[in-house]
Design a protein around this ligand. Structure first.
Ligand SMILES: *Cc1c(COP(=O)(O)O)cnc(C)c1O
Length: 235
């Protein structure tokens, strides 16, 4: 399946006007397909599977920013720690502790987004509000050295009901804003959390089917695969 260059240029233009970052989701796509987009200027790519990401990163240009966007198993953090740009989808404290450990071992600061459960579906990964609060407190308390939380990530329900999708995005945006303003309900008082306009700035929401709605609701990073590369055969 060839890369849809026309779609790429259109989406790029649309996103640039709104200062939204495009992560091209390249899971299951060949290295050649990725190179084709790379040659058009794309640098941010997202992958879901650790081994696939490691193999591709070894073969492809070193200035690619690799985003890990899937469910990350604790025992695999070490494989991506040396090079990953942003770990989207951190969904447990256990995982974040391992990221902290691997950050130290690889001598890097690892950028993370916390994945919050916003979909009403049971199947999606993500923190509920209570887990989220616990995790933020640990972070704010300085207990996770080497971890840099850059913002939040979420996935809406897989549904045709776009009003439902919009509501889920609104929910995540509200949490994002509360976090950015140190809302007391999150009980971060003596925190080292950055001010709203500094480092806690990324809100990753929106995919091929719903990115326009996500942007309307405040997303500043979208993860798009099928619109650029065509429908995936396997997941
Ligand atoms: C696959 C995937 C995407 C991209 O999905 P498309 O519908 O192909 O745009 C975005 N985010 C995550 C977490 C994914 O797993």
């Amino acid at each position: 399946m060839p890369v849809n260059k026309e779609a790429y240029y259109l989406i790029k233009k649309e996103l640039e006007a709104k200062e939204v970052t495009l992560v091209a989701v390249s899971k299951t796509r060949s290295a050649d397909d990725i190179l084709e987009l790379y040659n058009l200027g794309q640098r941010d790519f997202g992958e879901n599977y650790v081994q696939e990401l490691v193999d591709k990163a070894a073969r492809l240009p070193k200035d690619i920013h690799w985003h890990f966007i899937g469910h990350l198993q604790t025992n695999k953090v070490k494989l991506i720690a040396p090079f990953v740009q942003l770990i989207q989808g951190v969904d447990s404290l256990k995982l974040l502790k391992e990221i902290s450990k691997q950050a130290k071992l690889s001598g890097r600061v690892l950028n993370c987004l916390l994945q919050v459960h916003i979909a009403q579906e049971e199947t999606k990964f993500g923190l509920d509000e209570e887990e989220f609060t616990v995790l933020i407190k640990q972070y704010a308390g300085g207990q996770l050295p080497g971890v840099q939380i850059n913002g939040l990530m979420g996935m809406a329900s897989f549904t045709e009901d776009m009003e439902k999708v919009r509501k889920e995005f609104q929910q995540l945006k509200m949490l994002f804003d509360r976090l950015g303003t140190h809302d007391s309900r999150l009980t971060i008082h003596d925190s080292r959390l950055p001010t709203p306009d500094s480092r806690l700035r990324t809100l990753s929401m929106g995919m091929s089917s719903d990115y326009k709605i996500a942007i309307e609701e405040g997303s500043n990073m979208v993860r798009i695969g099928s619109l650029l590369f065509g429908e995936r055969v396997k997941e």
